[in-house]
Design a protein around this ligand. Structure first.
Ligand code: ADP
Ligand code: MG
Length: 700
């Protein structure tokens, strides 16, 4: 139950003055985050101004600079009304000691103008000055007041991010009413920390941000922003910690098998494990042996060999008598995992099955029977795995590959399919520590820092699309030399048809120039078509694979040595790095050609040069964070992980660590949130929309 003190903040925005049904829609789109639901007063209040207008700026007419917002103390001169039916604007002249200015009005209302700009009288007028033919003018001034009324004008005015059709004044008015509704809430931060930081209360912070005195007040490092960012981070960390604690109390299973099956898998590998693979396996074995649920993140750059680690630890779970699931983000990848694991599983005696959305009714039924009977030990699949109808006899562990494509909810849904299901999340995006905390909470982390022996760094060049022919002939020479080539074309979702035409066109051009058959993979093909194309390329029947980014994640053809990325300027850094990781997997030196269409923008240029300079995924992730900011790296916007309104990964990283420790301590001392502080913290969870976690508490 939501604490009643919060009721005024959870009223819909349409209860505020000036917000009718139509405006409510606009406002909800702007501040709500959920397009179909009307935003609340709280949502509105978390819409923080990004700028402010200082109406105390009074330079005088002659000294007002072009584009400045100024307040002028003027005497109104002549009104120059345009002739009837003319589209020309209405003009009013005015002057002060320094010079003369013209006020300009389109679609004028005459009587209002005569009243607001009375000829010969002194007025305080504020607005934006523009110089035009060396004369200053002001189009539709924001204020015109008599000297007696002048104090009605706010000295400082917040400027909010807006949306088309929503007037600044409307939003400001609603905001003022919203602030009036702000109740005083019991403090949820701990006293010593509050004293140490000297932060204001929640309501004071919010009030100040909407009534700022200085530009500094609304900067990320101001005490007001810090306070709210911390509140938001704490809410998120607390919710994640509660989910985690809940998963743990549901009970884990201590898995301490002999390790023979794991050994059989490792012995079946045609290579030795790297040191960090062996280490990660050891860490995970230790987790599994504990009677608590495992929640671990396995981070490793592309090609670092995460799949092997996954299979080895799944063997441990399977030997202990349970079943395992491995979830891949795309069908191609699920099939590829299945294909590469099959021989290993066969040797070790693990019964493996594949599950995708394309399976027939009959395939599904037979597999379901086997899953229920425990005749399948390990199932590899796409998100089809966490559909409600799929059940297991005894699911013990789930491995989620390339987690950044899945939301937290999906992960929880899957781990809910068995008792005490251990969860291993694998990601090839080397997410910086701060983002791990933001999005996954306090997970344990294993990292694969070494590449398998014998890997050579990939040589990266960027080349203008003008030199396409030259690149094609180089590709031809490489093929003649027995090499294999990926050719990637970007996909822009809005125009799938055009994209499709582009890849098909590229395939034709290459077939013609190189005089041989070329494989093609894109998202519109059926699973069988994709499989056939991939198989032809893998076996060497074709030497070039033209693809959209469906190959981005994890596809493994070790003897491919060249990747050409067309329109590289359209890809993000993380994506480029992922794509480049398709090559450099074998013994031979590899190269990556970034084909760009100039002229390059600043960010695109920076991305390409980072790609040329380094192969280090962690470095690239840090740079990516600088160039783009946190949310996009993780694709959180697409996957539906709750985003942040105020806190920013880049600017509030230090607060994140404190919030995590704070959350941990809170749950240690008051796991049911029943102390005074605990009750206040429940309010906090509601305020930031993290209240789902409260339902996990026994005391509700
Ligand atoms: P990723 O971490 O990108 O998922 P994969 O698990 O797909 O990497 O492994 C990439 C390739 O490296 C595969 O062909 C795999 O068989 C191979 N590989 C994995 N570990 C080793 C190792 N220790 N030595 C040599 N090759 C390895
Ligand atoms: Mg992989």
């Amino acid at each position: 139950m939501r604490p009643p003190v919060l009721d005024p903040l959870f009223a819909p925005v349409s209860t505020l003055p000036g917000i009718g049904p139509k405006i409510a829609k606009l406002v909800s789109g702007l501040v709500g985050g959920q397009p179909d639901k009307e935003a609340t007063v709280a949502d509105l209040l978390f819409h923080i101004p990004h700028n402010l207008i200082d109406r105390r700026h009074r330079p005088g007419i002659a000294y007002s600079e072009n584009g400045d917002i100024v307040t002028l103390d003027v005497t109104i001169g002549r009104h120059m009304a345009p002739p009837r039916h003319s589209k020309a604007p209405y003009k009013i002249s005015a002057y002060d000691d320094t010079g003369e200015i013209t006020f300009v009005f389109f679609h004028p209302r005459h009587d209002w103008l005569l009243k607001t700009f009375p000829e010969g009288e002194r007025r305080i007028v504020s607005g934006k000055v523009e110089w035009f033919n060396e004369r200053p003018q002001m189009v539709h001034p924001d204020y015109s007041l008599s000297p007696e009324e002048a104090e009605q004008m706010p000295a400082i005015e917040p400027v909010y991010p807006l949306t088309a059709g929503l007037a600044a004044k409307t939003l400001q008015k609603a905001m003022r009413a919203a602030i009036e509704k702000l109740p005083h809430l019991t403090e949820w931060l701990n006293e010593p920390y509050l004293r140490q930081t000297a932060w204001p209360n929640f309501d004071e912070a919010l009030r100040t941000l909407h009534e700022p005195k200085e530009q500094q007040d609304i900067e990320p490092q101001s005490p007001y922003m810090q306070r709210l960012a911390y509140d938001e981070l704490l809410a998120s960390q607390l919710a994640l910690a509660m989910v985690r604690a809940n998963m743990r109390t549901l009970g884990g299973v201590a898995r301490t098998p002999s390790g023979d099956l794991q050994k059989a898998v490792i012995d079946a590998l045609p290579f030795d494990l790297t040191g960090s693979q062996a280490n990660a396996i050891k860490e995970i074995n230790e987790d599994l042996a504990e009677p608590v649920r495992m929640l671990r993140l396995l981070q490793g750059d592309v090609g670092s060999g995460k799949t092997v680690v996954a299979l080895a630890v799944l063997a441990q779970v399977i030997e202990s008598g349970a079943q395992g699931g491995l979830m891949a983000p795309t069908e191609i990848l699920a099939r590829q995992h299945f294909a590469s694991m099959s021989p290993l599983c066969e040797k070790a005696g693990i019964r493996l099955a594949l599950m995708t959305g394309k399976d027939t009714q009959k395939e599904r039924r037979i597999r379901q029977e086997k899953l229920d009977a425990g005749e399948i030990d390990l199932v590899v699949g796409t998100h089809a795995l966490f559909q409600g109808t799929v059940t297991f006899k005894n699911l013990g562990m789930v491995v989620v590959d390339e987690q950044h494509r899945f939301g937290v909810h999906q992960r929880l849904a899957l781990s809910g399919k068995g008792q005490g299901v251990d969860v291993l999340v694998m990601t090839a995006t080397p997410i910086p520590r701060t983002l791990v905390l933001t999005c996954f909470g306090d997970m344990d982390v294993s990292r694969l820092t070494e590449k398998p022996a014998g890997r050579k760094p990939i040589k990266t060049v960027s080349v203008s699309l003008d030199r396409l022919e030259e690149i094609i002939s180089r590709v031809g020479a490489a093929i003649a030399d027995g090499q294999k080539v990926y050719w990637v074309c970007p996909l822009v979702e809005e125009s799938e048809k055009i994209d499709l035409a582009a890849v098909e066109d590229r395939q034709r051009v290459l077939e013609h120039a190189l005089r041989q058959r070329i494989s093609l993979v894109h998202g519109r093909m059926t699973a069988d078509e994709k499989d056939a194309a991939m198989a032809a390329f893998k076996s060497g029947e074709t030497k070039v694979l033209v693809a959209t980014t469906v190959i981005e994640v994890g596809v493994d053809v070790p003897d491919a040595t060249i990747i050409v990325i067309e329109h590289a300027e359209r890809f993000g850094l993380a994506q480029l790095h992922q794509l480049r990781g398709r090559v450099g997997r074998g013994e031979k030196p590899s190269s990556c050609v970034l084909l760009y269409k100039g002229p390059l923008g600043e960010t695109a240029g920076a991305r390409l040069s980072i790609m040329r300079e380094t192969n280090d995924g962690f470095l690239i992730a840090e740079e990516d964070l600088k160039l783009r900011g946190g949310g996009e790296i993780l694709g959180t916007r697409q996957s539906g992980t709750p985003g942040f309104r105020i806190a920013r990964a880049e600017e509030h990283a230090d607060l994140m660590e404190v919030a995590r420790d704070d959350a941990r301590l809170i749950l240690e001392t008051d796991p049911e949130l029943q102390s005074d502080r605990g009750v206040a913290l429940r309010c906090l969870l509601y305020l930031f929309g993290r209240d789902a976690a409260i339902r996990l508490l026994r005391a509700g």
